[in-house]
Design a binder for this molecule. Structure first.
Ligand SMILES: *Cc1c(COP(=O)(O)O)cnc(C)c1O
Length: 376
């Protein structure tokens, strides 16, 4: 058995002919930048997500930065993000001279704890960046309600949840990333929709904002060599767009394969009191970018070592919550008492192998080995 955290090799082998043809087509055309595949992919993703505009860019971190730039925020403006996420979400806030304000997360879904959101809002708060962590949406109904009440923008970081559904209390269903002012995503190879290098995109239903985003991503210009504002150079490569066009057709079946593996994990790990399997929120589908457990009063290192001895990889997403990162020491606005849950998670989470090619034999071997390591 060759078990990977994320097995891109087996996935590629199944679609090799389509991918190779798509890549060769771009090379034959030599339209490496702004080739026709980029617009075609943007249109296809927009129709999949049911959103008006999809704008490709260089990566998911750029997408977040461009989103904040498009909202015209000024130094001193505050942006709220969860304390438990990948660094990119809050890094771009600081990079633009804006003030990051961190909020603790919910112990069951690991997404922003909306009961602590209002107390973090001040007159300087201009945006909230909920993160749809590990494959399921944050509580967008509540975040939207609080944001509208306070006249604050919402940027949805959808890097880990592309294709997830959000179920509104009123019965509507939206794709993750299409509910807030702007949605952003990453096509990093291991994401649910991954390309073969770096890539990212922004989504919005607002025509004026879409024009602004396109301009910022392209050196602040609309008419060539007329630079209306300071922008960046952030593009989705044509080759990556061609690969993504192929893989978008499989996104729903890929997400289904992840859910099937997660269902088996849940079932096979049921009843072990040394772990808590991931909670599925009733407002979102869960497309399992990661399958992340909480270990209960267990030496996590020892468990990881025992799994590794059997050739089973495991990862800790994330071992240090953001308020404790050295890079954020200058922002001494944080009181660690505010972050009980994210600190607890940083010390107890464990992610098991999760990808589109996991077989039931592999899942069984992983869960048997984990239960043995836990004496369960
Ligand atoms: C991967 C990721 C990003 C950044 O995407 P890149 O394409 O690697 O820049 C941002 N936010 C979250 C939550 C991510 O998981």
């Amino acid at each position: 058995m060759d078990i990977q955290m994320c097995d891109l090799k087996r996935q590629y082998q199944k679609i090799k002919d389509e991918i190779d043809t798509a890549i060769q087509g771009v090379i034959d055309s030599t339209a490496f930048i702004k080739g026709k595949e980029v617009n075609l992919f943007q249109d296809e993703l927009a129709s999949y997500l049911n959103v008006k505009h999809v704008i490709g860019c260089g990566n998911g971190t750029d997408a977040l930065q461009i989103a904040l730039m498009a909202l015209n925020l000024k130094p001193g403006d505050e942006v709220i993000t969860p304390d438990f996420t990948f660094i990119a979400t809050v890094e771009v806030v600081a990079l633009l001279g804006l003030t990051p304000v961190l909020v603790d997360v919910d112990p069951l879904t690991f997404t922003m704890d909306v009961s602590k959101l209002e107390e973090a809002i001040t007159t300087n708060t201009k945006a909230i960046i909920p993160v749809h962590l590990f494959g399921q949406c944050a509580n967008m109904d509540e975040i939207t309600r609080i944001a509208q009440k306070n006249n604050i923008h919402v940027i949805e970081d959808t890097a880990q949840a592309l294709g997830a559904n959000y179920y509104h209390a009123d019965g509507r269903v939206s794709k993750a990333g299409t509910i807030g002012t702007i949605g952003t995503t990453s096509f990093f190879p291991s994401k649910n929709l991954g390309c073969y290098g770096d890539g990212g995109a922004l989504f919005t239903n607002d025509d004026a904002l879409a024009a602004e985003i396109r301009s910022i991503a392209n050196h602040g210009m609309i008419v060539r060599y007329h630079h209306d504002r300071i922008g960046v150079n952030s593009r989705l490569d044509t080759i990556q767009a061609a690969i993504l066009r192929v893989k978008l057709k499989y996104l729903d079946s890929y997400n289904k394969a992840r859910i099937t593996a997660a269902d088996s994990y849940d079932y096979l790990l049921k009843g072990c009191s040394k772990l808590v399997t991931p909670k599925r929120a009733n407002w979102s589908s869960h497309i399992f970018h990661q399958y992340t457990l909480k270990l209960v009063e267990t030496d996590r290192n020892k468990v990881q070592n025992k799994l590794a001895e059997k050739g089973i990889p495991s990862m800790i997403y994330y071992p240090i919550s953001l308020h404790s990162q050295k890079a954020f020491e200058p922002y001494k606005i944080y009181n660690s008492k505010l972050f009980n849950t994210s600190e607890l998670l940083a010390n107890s989470v464990l992610s098991l192998p999760m990808h589109t090619e996991l077989t039931s034999d592999e899942v069984k071997f992983i869960t048997d080995s984990l239960l043995e390591a836990l004496n369960c």
